[in-house]
Design a protein around this ligand. Structure first.
Ligand SMILES: Cc1cc2nc3c(=O)[nH]c(=O)nc-3n(C[C@H](O)[C@H](O)[C@H](O)COP(=O)(O)OP(=O)(O)OC[C@H]3O[C@@H](n4cnc5c(N)ncnc54)[C@H](O)[C@@H]3O)c2cc1C
Length: 406
């Protein structure tokens, strides 16, 4: 790996593999590296939203994923007092399925292989510890099998997820990012699972929620997450304690009666700081969760990792055509991301702060159960669908919800 590469992508999660795919498809020479050997697990709820499905379709992997994953027809939202409202997942023209659940051990490997098939080279077991500016590009310092490794590239893309060690060393994170904390476990032998996902506010601290995402007709990814208060440095509870609380709740313990946990519960933080997060450094573009791109209301981040990868590949290819990744090109990438996601994330953060309280959620769920348009509004917000967030302000959306209730 001593020769110059066009692009080195660090991190082969959805963001990194999609970026490598879109770059390689443009004929760019791209090396994708990850500290892990694949297939590897990633702690996640495994839910793929309509936005994610659209990019996966564009990448040509959605059909294959539908064969190994669980297509989802709708979502149930359950309030703290157990009021339930449900709606079908809105379909998208030209996309064979709008929502699915695919365990990350499978999804990430499919995406990595897609990148390789498109022409990218992959190296596992490469832990990147530094990226330095150099004449004509960057020098990436890494370690593979205990041996130091130096890779030269015209530009780097960092798609390192919520693992912030490298970004901190590079001076790309001045303060600890805002996070959601979450944990999940798989359960097998569940009776009565449907092809709908459940988002539940009963038995979890607010703001936060629990989920039951079916991965097959009888098994599910069950998890819970919460947002530690911004003013407190310490979380009120550990994510696994919150998951235990959720599992012991009246509904979930009844739903899982007779089922067994498959493997340990695992927790991981989610960065939800995109509005304040840097999106580039010298010779580097940040992609996906490395740029804080996780929905601050729902905790979904695969969709934004995929979409930001498409955008990053476009700007990187332009930079390469111009010779180097100039500051102007990096700033254009930043503006592009903020134009695409800025309003959505501000909207979702405000909805989270304004509405994730028990009284409002109980009221919304009760009134929505008899109103199809309100159900659709709630599900579109819950899935981070672009249309709602871009056309309605929070105030309008909430006012609309309460007006419908009268
Ligand atoms: C409990 C939980 C539930 C979630 N549920 C959902 C959900 O249902 N739907 C959804 O859309 N999102 C969900 N998310 C969020 C989602 O998992 C992430 O936002 C998404 O994985 C981000 O993708 P990414 O490609 O940016 O990073 P990642 O998927 O985190 O990939 C980063 C990769 O970089 C590698 N890496 C890191 N540092 C280095 C280094 N120094 N050198 C080399 N390699 C490195 C890692 O090994 C990893 O493979 C959940 C998260 C959690 C924690």
């Amino acid at each position: 790996m001593g020769e110059w590469r066009d692009v080195v992508v660090v991190g082969a999660g959805p963001g990194g593999s999609a970026a490598a795919h879109y770059l390689a498809r443009r004929g760019v020479d791209v090396l994708l590296v990850d500290k892990a050997e694949f297939p590897r697990e990633k702690t996640c709820g495994d839910g793929l939203t309509p936005r994610a499905a659209a990019v996966l379709h564009d990448m040509g992997v959605l059909d294959a994923l539908l064969r190994v994953g669980r297509p989802i027809s709708g979502a149930e939202i359950v309030s703290p007092d157990g009021y339930s409202t449900g709606a079908p997942v809105p379909s998208q023209r030209g996309v064979p399925a709008s929502m699915l659940v695919v365990p990350r051990i499978t999804l990430d490997n499919v995406l990595r292989k897609r990148a390789i098939q498109s022409g990218a080279q992959f190296e596992g077991g490469v832990l990147v510890s530094g990226v330095e500016a150099a004449a004509g590009g960057v020098v990436i310092k890494a370690e593979q099998a205990g041996r130091p490794l130096v890779i030269k590239a015209r530009l780097a893309m960092l798609a390192t997820g919520a693992s912030i060690g490298l970004l901190k060393r590079l001076g790309l994170l001045a303060k600890a990012p805002a996070v959601m904390l979450a944990a999940r476990a798989y359960f097998d032998g569940i009776r009565g699972l449907t092809d709908r996902i459940q988002i539940r506010f009963d038995g979890v601290p607010l703001p936060g929620y629990g989920w039951i995402f079916p991965v097959s007709p009888s098994s599910a990814n069950v998890g819970a997450g919460f947002f530690p208060p911004r003013w407190s440095r310490r979380a009120p509870a550990s994510p696994r304690a919150v998951l235990d609380m959720f599992l012991r709740g009246r509904f979930v313990s009844a739903a899982l009666d007779g089922a067994h946990q498959a493997g340990p519960a695992k927790s991981y933080p989610l960065r939800v700081d995109f509005p304040d997060a840097p999106t580039f450094g010298g010779g580097m573009l940040l992609v996906g969760e490395a740029a804080g791109l996780v929905n601050p209301l729902t905790g979904e981040g695969i969709d934004y990792a995929l979409e930001s990868a498409q955008i990053a590949a476009e700007h990187a290819a332009r930079g390469l055509a111009e010779g180097t990744l100039s500051l102007k090109r990096c700033e254009e990438y930043d503006r592009h991301l903020r134009a695409r996601f800025g309003r959505l994330f501000t909207f979702c953060r405000r909805v989270r702060d304004a509405s994730l309280n028990a009284t409002l959620l109980n009221r919304l769920a009760r009134i929505a159960s008899g109103r199809d348009d309100l159900k659709m509004l709630l599900i579109n917000v819950a899935l981070g669908n672009r249309e709602v967030s871009e056309t309605l302000s929070v105030a309008t959306a909430l006012k609309k919800a309460f007006a419908l209730a009268r």
